[in-house]
Design a protein around this ligand. Structure first.
Ligand code: FMN
Length: 276
């Protein structure tokens, strides 16, 4: 699914760093070329060896390391990246990214990346709700970053609240949404209708069918994976009630309450609608 795609993972100094071994492994299984950049403090939580073993690529920490496989590594890797996911994103790194500070391998590479950048904040709930952090997240969104909202739960510090990094599946889901499919639906607005149709017999009764709506959900799943497309899933029966789609098909102007078919809007010469 991710053959030919390069995913750069940025890992910072948070207890949630352990989850990233699983994320790296899941991405490799999807055939992505995965490169991990850790901050120095991230090395307190997980080792470079873990990521190097899982990805087959050197894990980068020090911008001035001369043993990288790339020439001017932060620029080469930034050019190669199809997506950058910083997870867990510490309050410190979020602050640096939002304010243009590039003083280590991760923040320097992020500065040079032109691909989509995603951050998944993870921290104590008071840190997360700190207005400075919230302002920095808004700033990042303003610069085009995607921010994955943290979940509520029991945190490593034993507090309960917002700040928990979402599961590995959720993180990989965001990467898939970003790069698994071509953006050939970008900018399109799509309405997918699902569910049973209804046809009025008289003002009280209608005939319908046993449709479950499942066929409608299927394209919606595809659209979820098609970034850039704005889609709406509407139940057909609800649409019919709102917009009188069934009536419009029979030539009645749904916006004209007096139209019986045939006014200037509906085109039926027998219509007695007031606007006819
Ligand atoms: C056990 C422990 C857990 C931590 N967890 C987090 C965390 O989840 N989020 C966070 O922003 N900082 C956390 N910190 C603090 C950061 O490690 C610290 O702010 C550090 O400077 C971040 O460095 P970095 O952003 O360069 O990785 C934790 C510190 C310790 C000792």
């Amino acid at each position: 699914m991710l053959k030919g795609k390069t995913v750069v993972l940025g890992v910072t100094g948070s207890i949630a760093a352990y989850k990233m071994a699983n994320v790296a492994s899941m991405l490799v299984k999807l055939h992505a070329d995965v490169h991990v950049i850790m901050t120095e403090n991230a090395c307190q939580f997980i080792t470079a060896v873990t990521f190097e073993t899982l990805t087959g690529n050197k894990c980068m920490v020090d911008t001035f390391d001369r043993n990288f496989q790339f020439h001017v590594a932060h620029i080469s890797i930034a050019k190669k990246a199809d997506v950058l996911l910083v997870a867990p994103a510490s309050a410190n790194v979020i602050g640096k990214l939002a304010n243009g500070i590039a003083d280590d391998m991760l923040t320097t590479t992020a500065m040079a990346c032109t691909c989509q950048k995603i951050v998944a904040p993870a921290m104590n709930t008071n840190m997360y709700h700190n207005p400075i952090l919230q302002d920095n997240l808004k700033k990042l969104e303003g610069y085009g970053f995607t921010v994955i909202a943290p979940e509520k739960g029991l945190l490593a510090c034993r507090d309960i609240g917002d700040g928990k990094m979402p599961s590995e599946d959720v993180l990989v889901g965001h990467i898939l949404r970003e790069i698994a499919h071509e953006k050939d639906l970008a900018g399109m607005k799509v309405i997918v209708t699902a569910g049973p149709t209804q046809e009025s017999v008289d003002p009280v009764r209608y005939i319908t069918n046993h449709s479950t709506g499942k066929m409608g959900y299927e394209p919606v799943t595809i659209f979820i994976l098609a970034p850039g497309a704005f889609f709406v899933l509407a139940f057909l029966s609800a649409l019919q009630n709102k917009f009188k789609i069934g009536a419009a098909k029979r030539g009645i102007d749904p916006s004209n309450p007096d139209c019986k078919g045939g006014c200037a809007s509906c085109g039926n010469s027998m219509c007695s609608g007031k606007r006819g």
